[in-house]
Design a protein around this ligand. Structure first.
Ligand SMILES: Cc1cc2nc3c(=O)[nH]c(=O)nc-3n(C[C@H](O)[C@H](O)[C@H](O)COP(=O)(O)OP(=O)(O)OC[C@H]3O[C@@H](n4cnc5c(N)ncnc54)[C@H](O)[C@@H]3O)c2cc1C
Length: 443
């Protein structure tokens, strides 16, 4: 079939953002000529969370959960092909590890990005509008393109505690871009807020002197202990297509309770990081430097004053504590907020508590023309569960979207489940054609 669009700036599908989510979509679309696609990112080139790319950080997911393998294991954009092309297949096998270093995985994705002709970097999409011929993507210098369908993959936004907002600046900041800052903590008191993987990694780097030798580092977490990532076999079944479909069919209150209950499945600390951190803290104690570090689990940040003075409340005994900090690093996670480029369409979107309602076909619920589909990736945690913000199902998610756009099951997205979940999985997600050539361009 010939491409559905003919003009230079008219596409079947336009992607906003080129992180791993939309990169997977672009990689799986490579070679499917019926879908004329273009993807836009504001960065000058592909980069994966450069502000948190610590040299020793490792992936929390297997290399098999790459951009394509789960639905297309012979695809040339697989991690295995990257290894072979770089002459590392045998050394990689000798390591016998499924989780590679974060830097290596980032390099793999950069390699894929360099091979894809559909990616446009240095293009900040300010607004997605609905025009007469479909969606219009607008940037600073005017219209970037027109597209029949759009897939928004702009990532999640740093979550910042309200009380810290007035103090945000060079000495109080979210960890997201910590490696891109000019930072020196030599001789200073540092407080790290947040007991997830990023909090643990930042603490480790601080104690190892990456930004100079601090006078003291305190690590406060609302969680009642510094808790490990749950990677046990049945927890891994939460990251399967069947579970995503089950989750979507549940009432909102049940979904919210499950997200809380399953927090450690996606947001706990890798065992290797916990062990490394424990070793460093133990060594400090064993060598008479215990006062350098203070571990504060079960502490909730309640207020912040100039100076900085932080008010914490202990969740175990209700006691109030005050901490002094010269530098505050917020490792307080990421939120699914309405992507800024969709704000102009917000009245047409179904929003629940400010979150997009995303279906198991990854289409956003909206009142626009049915033949123009608005997809969102890594934006539907509240609709689809914890797997949404991970790489685990990225390839399956992309395949599901491509099937929707093509209106036929190009990829097999069905998989058997070992677990009979209480609500039956909904079956194939591919429904009526999302867009036929006849319909394309209708207002
Ligand atoms: C440090 C870190 C490590 C992680 N490790 C793992 C892991 O090991 N395993 C796992 O499963 N998950 C992991 N995750 C979770 C998740 O997989 C990643 O956050 C992943 O990057 C999400 O990909 P994304 O494409 O949805 O978003 P992002 O990676 O955030 O990419 C979004 C892209 O959109 C661009 N953009 C945003 N707005 C616009 C706009 N208006 N116009 C143009 N471009 C725009 C940005 O420049 C960016 O390139 C990790 C997360 C972090 C923060």
């Amino acid at each position: 079939m010939a491409p559905t669009s003919t003009t230079m700036d008219h596409f079947t599908l336009a992607g906003v953002g080129i992180g791993p989510s939309n990169l997977s979509l672009a990689a799986l679309l490579d070679g499917i000529d019926e879908v004329h696609a273009a993807f836009f990112d504001r960065r000058p080139r592909f980069q994966w969370h450069p502000g948190l790319m610590f040299p020793s950080a490792r992936m929390q997911t297997s290399f098999l959960k790459d951009l394509v393998t789960a639905v297309d294991p012979t695809n040339p954009h697989s991690f295995l092909n990257y290894l072979v092309r770089h002459g590392r297949f045998y050394p990689f096998l000798a390591r016998e590890q499924a989780c590679v270093g974060r830097r290596e995985f980032a390099d793999y994705m950069e390699w894929v990005a360099r091979r894809l002709p559909t990616l446009r970097f240095g293009a900040d999409v300010g607004e997605v509008r609905l025009g007469a011929r479909g969606f219009e993507l607008w940037g600073e210098e005017g219209r970037l393109c027109v597209a029949e369908h759009v897939c928004v993959g702009t990532g999640r936004t740093p979550a910042v505690p309200e009380c810290t907002r007035p103090f945000l600046g060079p000495r109080c900041f979210h960890a997201q871009g910590i490696l891109e800052r000019e930072l020196s903590v030599a001789g200073r008191s540092v407080v790290v807020i947040g007991g997830g993987q990023t909090g643990a990694e930042v603490l480790l780097e601080l104690l190892q002197g990456r930004w100079g030798d601090p006078a003291r580092v305190s690590w406060a977490s609302r969680r009642l202990n510094f808790e490990p990532l749950d990677e046990s076999p049945f927890t891994n079944h939460l990251f399967t297509p069947a579970y995503v479909r089950l989750f979507h069919g549940l009432p909102p209150s049940t979904r919210a309770a499950l997200l809380e209950h399953q927090r450690l499945a996606g947001d706990g600390i890798s065992l290797a990081t916990l062990q490394a951190l424990h070793d460093v803290v133990y060594e400090l104690h064993a060598t008479g430097r215990a006062q350098l570090v203070e571990l504060l689990p079960g502490r909730e940040l309640q207020g912040m004053r100039p100076g900085f003075e932080l008010d914490l409340r202990c969740r175990l005994d209700g006691a109030h504590e005050r901490l002094h900090a010269d530098v505050v690093v917020l490792c307080t996670g990421l939120d699914d907020r309405l992507p800024r480029c969709l704000e102009g369409l917000s009245e047409r979107l179904a929003l629940a508590d400010g979150h997009l309602e995303v279906g198991p076909d990854f289409a956003v619920a909206w009142d626009g023309p049915r033949h123009h589909r608005l997809f969102a990736v890594n934006a539907g945690r509240h609709s689809l569960g914890i797997a949404e913000s991970q790489l685990s199902l990225a390839a399956w998610r992309s395949a599901t979207i491509i099937n929707e756009v093509l209106g036929r099951p190009h990829f097999d997205t069905e998989a058997t489940s070992l677990v009979r979940w209480p609500v039956a999985a909904n079956g194939p997600t591919t429904r009526a054609p999302a867009c036929s050539r006849r319909e394309a361009g209708r207002p």
